[in-house]
Write a protein that binds this ligand. Structure first.
Ligand code: TXA
Ligand code: MG
Length: 344
């Protein structure tokens, strides 16, 4: 049985933070909240601790972890080279939901980076996360705290669903603010490359460092260049239901949704709808995620899990714009989808 420790997210009780630190220092795993999603934290510099993360998640060993720091001096210890682009982005976006991929230093164990020579680092903004890293006195490797392939957890309850019995402790710090994982940008190459879109948007990054190339998987072209972010080749974020992502103008998306709804109902399926407009459908469950993209992001993974609880077979998911936070949302929907339909 995994212990759940409730900590006040606005003013974290330091004695409780220390309880959690102690567990990590002894080589075990503690799940903790960040502003994006919950993470599975372990000492990033200790191979045996990191190994436990891969086991708990059922994660392929070639998919590297993000290292979380609370102090900029840690970045220097973890990396071999910090380009000017990194300094510029750090000044603007840290602490926050931005992960930088840089050349790794020797102190980072191979297992943490999935065997490659770069390391992903981020400084989270969440108070519990910051204090936990600080009190533990070591950088924390922390992937999202879900079983590999499942939607990332945005509450301690989600973590419990996936991790009960597999890790020592879960810190309950309430619902996470952003709801999708951090933006990941690779600064180890000549032209920076966006590997995963998130709450720090492509437009914001471009404003600070100029030219950025975009990983082909985000542009949704087929590609063989999967080694850049090893995580990209696996299906992700998926609830048990099959997601069909529908993109196009509002009217056409609505027509297609109605058509598919009646087809699947005729086949006796339980149909859920993730709606981007406040339309009513005769489905088994319809969820309107919200008008604003930040609402959509913060409710997305939670809603995936709710569809599972209702034993929905098929989710008809209506697409959002790809501007700003929309790029991150569409990326998660695209990766979770079993089928994509674009109507022009
Ligand atoms: O918001 C987040 O980033 C959350 C919270 C807990 O901080 N963490 C998270 O970790 O999403 P994870 O392990 O679920 O996703 C990390 C992503 C993966 O797609 C992985 O392949 C990529 O970052 N990544 C890690 N290290 C990398 C590296 N050296 N080069 C390229 N991609 C890397
Ligand atoms: Mg993940």
């Amino acid at each position: 049985q995994t212990k759940i420790l409730k900590i006040n997210s606005k003013s974290p009780q330091i004695s409780k933070i220390r309880q959690a630190s102690k567990i990590i220092k002894s080589g075990n795993i503690v799940a903790f909240p960040t502003e994006t999603v919950y993470g599975l934290g372990a000492n990033a510099l200790d191979s045996d601790s990191v190994k436990k993360i891969f086991v708990a998640k059922g994660r392929p060993s070639d998919n590297p972890l993000i290292i979380h720091i609370s102090d900029i001096s840690d970045l220097k210890r973890l990396t071999a080279d910090i380009p000017t682009t990194a300094h510029k982005l750090i000044r603007k976006f840290w602490p926050g939901p931005l992960t930088l991929v840089l050349k790794k230093s020797k102190i980072v164990p191979k297992i943490t980076t999935g065997g490659i020579n770069t390391v992903a680092v981020r400084m989270p903004e969440n108070k519990i996360a910051k204090l936990l890293i600080h009190e533990t006195g070591t950088p924390l490797a922390a992937p999202s705290a879900n079983i590999s392939g499942r939607p990332s957890p945005t509450t301690s309850g989600h973590v419990f669903e996936d991790m009960n019995g597999k890790i020592s402790m879960i810190i309950d710090g309430g619902k996470t603010k952003i709801g999708i994982e951090s933006t990941v940008i690779d600064l180890s190459r000549k032209t920076p490359m966006l590997l995963r879109p998130g709450a720090v948007t492509l437009e914001q990054l471009q404003k600070v460092i100029g030219k950025i190339s975009i990983h082909p998987s985000i542009q949704e072209r087929k590609t063989k260049d999967i080694h850049r972010s090893p995580g990209m080749k696996y299906r992700h974020y998926s609830p048990n239901a099959k997601i069909i992502l529908i993109e196009g103008s509002n009217d056409k998306v609505k027509d297609k949704t109605l058509q598919l709804l009646s087809e699947f109902k005729n086949q006796g399926k339980k149909v859920g709808i993730l709606s981007t407009t406040n339309t009513r459908y005769k489905s088994d469950m319809t969820v309107f995620l919200g008008k604003k993209l930040d609402m959509v992001a913060s409710n997305l993974f939670k809603t995936f899990r709710e569809f599972d609880v209702k034993k929905i077979d098929v989710i008809l998911a209506q697409g959002t714009s790809r501007k700003g936070l929309g790029l991150g949302i569409m990326n998660r929907l695209g990766k979770a989808a079993y089928k994509k339909i674009k109507i022009n």
